[in-house]
Design a binder for this molecule. Structure first.
Ligand SMILES: Cc1cc2nc3c(=O)[nH]c(=O)nc-3n(C[C@H](O)[C@H](O)[C@H](O)COP(=O)(O)O)c2cc1C
Length: 366
């Protein structure tokens, strides 16, 4: 691998060549294909656990087993394709959150990111009195300094241990957002404003535990200059989703990728997701149908998300995101970050990382 201008990212004994985490993207957008390509390019490749069992034949009858089996398969496949760093993104809202975390740890995932909720507690099956003995690094995703404080305080008290890193995801991200709708466009909640507060909060715990805890910035990072900007504010790395969707190696269908390329700024909208959070997505015929009041027919065999009010929601999110992943955008929709409209061509993951590295270098010397 050619030497990079971007600095390395260190998390305890884990050294990462390029300080870029590819954000976990369910349903089926970041699996072994994308994650292994990112890991091979020196970053951290993330498999999203959300809806991962939707592609197994027994998804409707044995959903927990299907999820675990599919996650195990994807981790093993990714690891067979790279010697780089592979992790898993698991949303707190999953009704089988604990099982999925244990599956990731047992399969030897290097990192586990926990989002869409406050992970104040870890699964009881972990060695909670000696978390340092676990090889997997645990990384909560937060949207405020307050959330970071609650999680760090809880882990410090319960486990005498703090997270290995933390991702701050701002309101320009794609997918579910940890903000109230009215905060999303409020200038007081932009990533650059939130970041110093999180860095300061984490520093208090770093000092107490004599442990370096990198803060990773996410949401709207598009260029190497954006990476430089957040690093100047105290971030040690970035998490990026949208740009990795439109790569040859991404696990999305060609139609999903093309929808990004064809999108315009006004197509990126905020929806009320059945998960109970706002989400950013690409508008299309499916979402237009839903916003006109039409309810999709579906049966919910298992309630995959704890927070889903499945008797009243107008559609099944797992099903509609599965349709989109497969390329059926008439019966599903694509989550996307606020900058998706700026993507204009398919590139390889290696080309993207090289471009970001060159831009970062330019920003450093200007
Ligand atoms: C298609 C798509 C699916 C996503 N799915 C998840 C997910 O399953 N879990 C999660 O924590 N974040 C999810 N995200 C958020 C990303 O991991 C990432 O943090 C975010 O998109 C970063 O902002 P960016 O897209 O502007 O780079 C998703 C984002 C996109 C675009």
């Amino acid at each position: 691998m050619a030497s990079k201008k971007l600095p390395k990212l260190r998390m305890g004994d884990l050294e990462v060549e390029v300080p870029i985490i590819q954000g976990g993207m369910g349903v089926g957008i970041s699996l072994s294909g994308l994650s292994s390509a990112v890991a091979n390019a020196g970053g951290i490749g993330i498999i999203a656990a959300a809806g991962i069992g939707m592609f197994e034949p027994d998804q409707f009858t044995h959903f927990k087993e299907a999820n675990k089996r599919a996650l195990g398969k994807e981790i093993r496949k990714a690891k067979s394709l790279t010697d780089g760093v592979i992790g898993v993104n698991i949303m707190m809202a999953h009704s089988d959150f604990d099982d999925l975390v244990m599956c990731a740890v047992d399969e030897g995932a290097d990192v586990v990111l926990m989002g869409a909720g406050l992970p104040t507690k870890l699964p009881g099956a972990l060695p909670l009195d000696n978390l340092d003995s676990v090889k997997t690094k645990f990384i909560p995703i937060v949207s405020s300094a307050r959330a970071a404080k609650i999680i760090f305080r809880s882990w410090a008290k319960l486990y005498n241990h703090i997270p290995d890193a933390v991702v701050l995801e701002g309101p320009m991200a794609g997918g579910h957002l940890g903000f109230k709708k009215e905060q999303i466009d409020d200038p007081d909640f932009v990533l650059e404003k939130l970041l110093p507060g999180v860095v300061a909060e984490v520093k208090i715990f770093e000092d107490k535990f004599d442990k370096k805890v990198p803060v990773i910035a996410a949401g709207g990072i598009f260029t190497g200059a954006d990476i430089k900007k957040v690093m100047d504010l105290g971030a040690s790395g970035v998490q990026m989703g949208t740009r990795f969707v439109v790569t040859h190696e991404s696990d999305a269908s060609p139609e999903f990728k093309q929808a990004y390329i064809d999108s315009k700024k006004e197509d990126l909208i905020i929806i009320d997701s059945p998960v109970g959070l706002p989400g950013r997505a690409l508008n299309g015929s499916f979402l237009k149908r839903i916003s006109s009041g039409i309810k999709e027919k579906f049966t919910c065999p298992w309630k995959c998300l704890r927070t889903c009010d499945f008797k009243h929601v107008p559609y099944c999110i797992a099903l509609s995101l599965t349709n989109a992943k497969r390329g059926d955008l008439e019966n599903g929709y694509a989550f996307a970050g606020a900058n998706a409209y700026r993507v204009d061509k398919l590139v390889s993951v290696g080309e993207l990382i090289d471009e970001l590295d060159a831009e970062y270098g330019e920003a450093c010397s200007s």
